[in-house]
Design a protein around this ligand. Structure first.
Ligand code: MRU
Length: 365
């Protein structure tokens, strides 16, 4: 069966009133020229959508994690620029004014979250194309849609390659949410699970809850439950114990940035998972689209996001549970050296770090 025929089968779907419907975390409404996001802060209790009309609301949505996950915020950033381009061009600005304004909007959106490189990479790619086409709004929209569809296709191909790792009764661990909610569709780390499921392989997923925002317990578990994929949520700190007991066959996570000097940034806790995996001989895979690979960058500790201490001191939706006079430190990401990674699952196969440089498509991301 060809890729094109299969592509409708593993989409993110949810059941509503007994019927399956397809949803995506990020959706461009080409008729109304607005951006529709799933409000991920409300999941799994509510599936609510938010309509965005301008770049300022895109900035807020990314910063406040209505949308999150490296590729999804990159796509949202691109649509934020498109919304602003549509808004400004209605006023017939002079070319220099338009250029200046788009530059300002780019910087504003890029500052919304510092770690995921997809945000800058995808916005830069879009802006370059749009400048070359003299800010033609039709071409700008077409290119935004092209970037979206490309991410979707890439994630599907990540799924096809990554699914080859799965075998009967495999126990696989994942961390945070690198699912359809974090991408155009399918996910990165979750795409291989979706494809393995269609191959009728029986397997089980350990889902790290991912303190403090619980992306694993809330979002990954929601996606897996919607797909009827066997899973259990585990406390983050139990992962090493499970590995020591031989209960983890391999690990797949996503990433927020792969640098040219050999570092992988991902959700806080990934580094300790990778160190434990190396100690216990558990293969460790990182699934990425090309927009996450930034060969011209180096590790920069200033780009690690530190979030509000309230996320640590309070469980979501509860009163303060920690000692009231104590403060907290809340780094949201960590860096792991590439030599702890067994393989990078990409649209071009499962690659070693050095192979990423040769295989990255020239124009992309
Ligand atoms: O803080 P978040 O929820 O945006 O963090 C998300 C992650 O760390 C994901 O693992 C990563 O972005 C890869 S998503 C395909």
């Amino acid at each position: 069966m060809s890729t094109a025929e299969r592509i409708t089968t593993e989409k993110m779907r949810i059941k509503r009133n007994g019927e399956f419907i397809d949803v995506t975390a990020v959706h461009w409404d080409s008729e109304k020229k607005l951006l529709k996001l799933i409000d991920q802060r409300k999941l799994p209790q509510e599936l609510e959508f938010m309509d965005l009309h301008d770049a300022a609301s895109v900035f807020d949505a990314i910063r406040n994690m209505v949308v999150r996950g490296a590729p999804a915020i990159g796509l949202t950033g691109v649509y934020g620029l498109l919304l602003e381009l549509n808004r400004i061009t209605r006023k017939n600005p002079k070319p220099a004014e338009l250029e200046q304004k788009m530059h300002e909007v780019f910087s504003m959106i890029a500052s919304s979250r510092p770690t995921a490189i997809d945000l800058k990479n995808l916005m830069e790619e879009w802006l370059l194309h749009v400048r070359t086409n003299l800010y033609d709004t039709g071409k700008a929209e077409e290119y935004a849609q092209h970037i979206f569809e490309r991410n979707k296709q890439e994630c599907f191909e990540i799924g096809v390659h990554g699914s080859k790792l799965f075998f009967e009764n495999a126990h696989v661990l994942t961390h945070c949410n690198a699912g359809a909610l974090a991408t155009a569709d399918y996910g990165t780390a979750l795409a291989p699970m979706r494809v393995a499921k269609t191959k009728k392989i029986t397997f089980h997923i350990w889902v790290g809850e991912t303190r403090p925002r619980l992306q694993g317990a809330r979002l990954t578990a929601w996606e897996l439950a919607n797909e009827d994929i066997s899973h259990k949520i585990i406390v983050d700190s139990s992962a090493t114990f499970l590995m020591s007991e031989g209960m983890v066959d391999f690990i797949i996570v996503g990433a927020d940035r792969i640098t040219g000097d050999g570092w992988v940034a991902n959700k806080i806790g990934t580094l300790s998972l990778a160190i434990s995996a190396s100690y216990f001989g558990v293969p460790f895979y990182v699934a990425i689209p090309w927009s996450t690979f930034a060969p011209n960058t180096e590790r920069n500790d200033n780009d690690i996001e530190y979030r509000n201490q309230d996320e640590v001191l309070r469980c979501p939706g509860t009163q303060n549970i920690a000692n009231p006079s104590s403060n907290a430190l809340n780094p949201a990401f960590d860096w792991m050296p590439e030599d702890l990674v067994t393989g990078f699952i990409t649209s071009k196969g499962i690659l070693e770090y050095e192979e990423l440089f040769a295989k990255k498509p020239v124009k992309q991301g």
